[in-house]
Write a protein that binds this ligand. Sequence first.
Ligand SMILES: Cc1ncc(COP(=O)(O)O)c(C=O)c1O
Length: 378
Amino acid sequence: MTIQQKNIPLVDLGAQYRSIKTEVDTVIANVLEHSAFIGGTFVQQFEEEFAKAQDVKYCVGVGNGTDAIIIVLKALGIGVGDEVIIPANSFIATSEAVTACGASVVFADCGSADYCISPESIAAKITIRTKAVVAVHLYGQPAQMDEIIALTKKHNLFLIEDSAQAHLAEYKGKKVGNFGIAATFSFYPGKNLGSYGDAGAIVTNDEALAVRCRMLANHGRAKGEKYDHHIEGYNSRLDGLQAAILSVKLKHLSEWTKKRRAVAQRYDEEFRGMKDLGIFPRVAERESVYHLYVVRTKKRDALREYLKAQGIEAGIHYPIGLPFLEAYKRLGHTPADFPHTAQFQNEILSLPIYPELTTEDQSRIINACAEFCENKTV
Ligand SMILES: Cc1ncc(COP(=O)(O)O)c(C=O)c1O
């Protein structure tokens, strides 16, 4: 008789909640007690804590990570007639934000062995209309910042770090969020620092930009004014409940990040020798926080099915490169325009990784991959 094993999900938010239940429940009751729903002390406190955690001067809480990018681009005056270069392999939020500002999306490919935006590809896409580059620290690993900074400086472009997947990640010992004019974060529930709904933030070391972002996120109001709107803005604020929950979780984030890195290290060691299973090269100076752990194999769909049959959930980030989505058909791109993105989208597979993933579950995932590689591959 075979014993039914429990399923291993791609992310397990329930396990995380149970580990901090008392703290979270207490703080939720606190917010309700104080009716601190919009703005107020919980938001202010979290903004200060998060700025400190990322080693930046200013943090502006907003409604979600997509709005964070839109608001930064708007605050920088980017709009109709401007071009913004973004990676071909990212979540659609990065490109949606550019279009939402009225600017034109220009995609750049990733490298042949690196899923982050390639500096060479950026260089090839710069025109006189280019105003900004949005570099995404994909899967939690910082992009090649030195080369990207050199390019943006040379061509006088704004650099924005889309750090939605990279809370606490470091490049050459410095936290992401310190390399461009501003960085944006998502606190979508499944992110390394996730709220219990939608939430996001903008961080910057530029005070004037922080003030303008805050104004835009709050109906164009100047600080403290209710009905005196200096500009038209948005309703995109971090709410009190989410801020209070995020403050609780932020206290655990370093520990959780260490645990993610330990799982990733074990996976790296185990997968390194496996036939037909590739891991992306690790670069010490680009210290990942492993929002996702992604392997590559030509037999991706078969491996995913094999894992599923064993109760192990895997994901694909992302199955269709942005330029090839129906949403960007108007741009007329073909796989030949972004060969690396086109190749990766058929080969990448995200395996479960989260701080609460037990050693036994890690072993099950590793063993299942090993069995697949030994038995099912030629
Ligand atoms: C790279 C990237 N950018 C932006 C976002 C958008 O964040 P949100 O879902 O909070 O709007 C996400 C999150 O899904 C993301 O992964």
